[in-house]
Design a protein around this ligand. Structure first.
Ligand code: TYD
Length: 231
């Protein structure tokens, strides 16, 4: 859908502790250095209402949140994010980098919480009025490595992170399945690779979405023929 607008929409996905925010920051710095206007954002969150939903759904201590309520809270946060932040930025011609998008709900709520991947996908297509990334970078993390990285710092695990390993294994499988169903729209990389290697591979793939002469996003038609097309 963002192919119909001037900008480029890239989502970073993966299990907890995959290193998504590090890579999004690296890519943003390179693109900004080349003169692109880059919007870095995240889910849940990215808008005032989305940030409130983020604390409600992630913090411990808000009472029981059943799986459907949880899925609707993530979808509500995403609806606001797509309408108020992502679409306007793409229309301005910006590069939008989001830390998590629809695939996170399909993996965590659809597979992790067993709500069904198709049902959660449909809910989120409705919530975003069909806005899909041009490229999804999936950092595939072994759940054990993810847990080690998360628990290495001082920050306590949130409601989702603290789920059992079995939950995180289902999530990993769901992300990989999403990527293999539309390989042209994904770059899948093993999250255990050195940070610099990951950054180089991501940049190379993103360059296919960008006009090297003008240093701005390629027009949609050329993007598709460059092999970096979206959904
Ligand atoms: P994230 O912001 O990546 O975590 P942190 O900043 O603490 O590293 O994501 C927060 C958690 O929310 C993470 O465990 C994944 C979960 N999540 C879902 O379950 N569904 C969703 O749709 C999204 C966007 C996140």
């Amino acid at each position: 859908m963002s192919k119909q607008s001037a900008g480029v929409f890239i989502a970073f996905e993966g299990g907890d502790g995959a290193g998504k925010s590090t890579q999004a920051a690296r890519l943003a710095a390179v693109l900004e250095g080349r003169g692109f206007k880059v919007l870095r954002t995240r889910e849940p969150g990215g808008t005032p209402v989305g940030e409130k939903l983020r604390s409600l759904v992630l913090d411990h201590g808000n009472g029981e949140i059943d799986a459907r309520t949880e899925a609707l809270m993530f979808a509500a946060s995403r609806a606001a994010h797509a309408a108020q932040v992502i679409r306007p930025a793409l229309q301005r011609g910006d590069v939008v980098l989001t830390d998590r998008y629809i695939d996170s709900s399909v993996a965590y709520q659809g597979a992790g919480r067993n709500l069904g991947k198709d049902a959660v996908q449909s809910l989120n297509e409705w919530a975003t009025a069909g806005l899909q990334p041009d490229l999804t970078v999936l950092l595939d993390v072994d759940p054990e490595l993810g847990r080690r990285r998360r628990t290495a710092g001082d920050t306590a695990e949130d409601r989702l992170e603290s789920e059992a390993d079995e939950f995180h294994i289902r999530i990993r499988d769901a992300f990989l399945e999403l990527a293999s169903s539309r390989p042209d729209s994904y770059l899948v990389l093993p999250a255990h690779l050195p940070v610099d290697d990951l950054a180089a591979q991501i940049l190379q793939r993103v360059e296919a979405l960008i006009d090297p002469a003008a240093d701005r996003p390629l027009p949609a038609a050329r993007r598709a023929s460059a092999g970096g097309g979206g959904a």
